[in-house]
Design a protein around this ligand. Structure first.
Ligand code: URA
Length: 231
């Protein structure tokens, strides 16, 4: 039996993350770009990285996509969320997580008092795979140096990997995500030493809403870590 206090918190969380989202097709509240004052070095490094991705040769994803999807959020943030790859809405707007999964991500962030102005968001792959298929091993391998460099430039203290593609690309191993989620790991990407937490992808949570209970545990871990690190 859940304690009354825990049940109340769960109800509040479900309200936040819109438990019935699958049946909800309200308009998306689109995020407005902020002008973050970041160092010239960081700005330049991000620009160079974006240019390098833009100049990738022989990538069929890039040929078919409308836009590069590079990042959203605050480049000064110490918390970086990494998803899989853009979908149709993201391809259209050139921003990550602006479709239905993004709406749920926003609600998950709000549940722990975060939003896109306080975190930084990117994906393993920067161009939309056709029909929203999973990126292939070859595609992941091609984009891995770019997301590694992206992490190095942002230099976050916390990385949250959303879903198994991000997990497999950056952590590897044979374990399934249900075994790997909800544990802090210390990892190094390029020159960046950081704490990593794996959690379920919001699109998965929309298909398997019962797993939102586990995602709530992970979100509270992020909140506690953020407080402990005084971020
Ligand atoms: N799913 C992702 O993994 N990334 C996005 O940007 C959108 C949906």
């Amino acid at each position: 039996m859940l304690k009354k206090n825990t049940s109340l918190k769960l109800i509040k969380y479900y309200n936040y993350i819109n438990y019935n989202l699958i049946y909800d097709n309200k308009a998306i509240n689109r995020y407005k770009k902020e002008n973050y004052e970041i160092s010239q070095d960081k700005t330049r490094s991000l620009e160079l990285l974006k240019k390098a991705i833009f100049n990738i040769k022989n990538c069929s994803l890039k040929k078919q996509a409308k836009n590069i999807v590079f990042c959203d959020g605050n480049p000064k943030s110490k918390i970086m969320f990494i998803g899989e790859a853009p979908g149709a809405n993201e391809d259209e707007e050139g921003l990550p997580f602006v479709g239905r999964a993004g709406m749920l991500l926003d609600k998950m962030l709000a549940a722990i008092n975060l939003d896109r102005k306080k975190v930084y968001i990117s994906n393993i792959i920067n161009y939309r795979p056709p029909e929203n298929r999973r990126p292939t091993e070859e595609e992941i391998k091609r984009y891995l140096p770019y997301i590694t460099r992206h992490i190095e430039i942002i230099n976050p203290k916390i990385i949250v990997l959303l879903g198994s593609t991000a997990m497999n690309a950056l952590i590897g191993g044979e374990e399934v995500i249900s075994k790997m989620r909800g544990k802090w790991m210390e990892k190094k990407f390029g020159n960046c030493k950081t704490s990593v937490l794996i959690t379920f992808h919001p699109a998965f949570l929309m298909r398997q809403p019962a797993q939102k209970k586990m995602a709530w545990i992970d979100l509270k871990m992020i909140r506690d870590k953020k407080n402990n690190l005084k971020i």
